[in-house]
Design a protein around this ligand. Structure first.
Ligand code: SAM
Length: 266
């Protein structure tokens, strides 16, 4: 699928819920969020049939994200439904890892290929501060379980304030080296302020090479993280929503005033 700027769009990120079991300071507003009603959230059948259409048009990489995807009930069932779609060569998930020790084996059996786990520090108190109450050992156990289950390469998403040289980032990098994990440093972004930058060690944040579409939990297909443009797949149908998203994918991101990272998946 080529867009107007000749970018090959082959990557779909599906946010399966706006709910999360952490409250990261850079992601969720302190006073919480207005949750989407359950009946507005796409069912597994809707997600799968949309994805099947997207794959038939050229998507080959699919990532399940959130909110926190592991708080969506029966998530391994969605993984197995997506894994059956022929043409997906990379099926992954981004998670905070809190429930990964519990789910890693089931996810791997269902056909998930690999995971990215978010980890911004190795200091338990700081972890608890950043996530507003998270327990670092849950995430570390999740990372280990993912490796054991073969959800590899396990990549670590580490949000930084400024540079990968700052203390927490260096400690995370050392930990990753010791444990055989890949690390990506993501500079803290501001959707409304329109500030974003290239991900160190990853492919995000580079508009000229952007290959992504995003599906929100309630079915809005968004061609750009830093834009308010979106087409609801229930309203337009999958094919038309895909056509519109492709045709209107901006050359470069500006601002997103309608979504937060917690419902669009980062
Ligand atoms: N709950 C899952 C997790 O924690 O990985 C998946 C959703 S989370 C929104 C996806 C990614 O977005 C995480 O790696 C998170 O660190 C990142 N993220 C959230 N808010 C961000 C911000 N303001 N700037 C940069 N990255 C952000």
């Amino acid at each position: 699928m080529l867009d107007r700027f000749n970018r090959n769009i082959n990557y779909l990120r599906i946010s399966v819920t706006d709910r999360c079991n952490l409250r990261c300071r850079y992601c969720m507003p302190e006073d919480g969020i207005k949750l989407i009603k359950h009946d507005e959230i796409l069912s597994f059948d809707e997600i799968t049939s949309f994805t099947r259409e997207a794959v038939s048009m050229g998507i080959t990489k699919v990532r399940i994200t959130g909110g926190e995807p592991l708080v969506r009930k029966n998530i391994a069932e969605l993984v197995s439904m997506l894994a059956e779609i022929r043409g997906i060569t990379d099926l992954s998930m981004t998670t905070n890892g809190v429930r990964l020790a519990e789910y890693a084996d089931d996810l791997a059996k269902a056909g998930l290929m690999r995971v990215n786990v978010s980890l911004d520090t190795l200091d338990p108190d700081k972890f608890s501060y950043i996530t507003r109450g998270g327990e670092i050992n849950d995430t570390l156990a999740g990372i280990e379980a993912a490796q054991k289950a073969g959800l590899t390469p396990v990549k670590i998403n580490c949000v930084i304030k400024n540079t990968p040289g700052e203390d927490d980032a260096r400690m995370v990098a050392e930990y990753c080296m010791k444990k055989g994990l890949e690390v990506r440093f993501i500079r803290e972004m501001d959707l409304v302020g329109g500030s974003f930058s290239i991900v160190h060690g990853g492919s995000g944040g580079n508009c000229a090479r952007c290959n992504r579409l995003r599906l929100t939990p309630e079915g809005t297909l968004k061609p750009c993280l830093f834009s308010d443009i979106g087409y609801n797949v229930r309203k337009h149908g999958a094919t038309e929503a895909l056509r519109l998203a492709l045709e209107n994918k901006p050359e470069c991101g500006t601002i997103n005033s309608k979504n937060g990272f917690y419902n669009i998946g980062g």
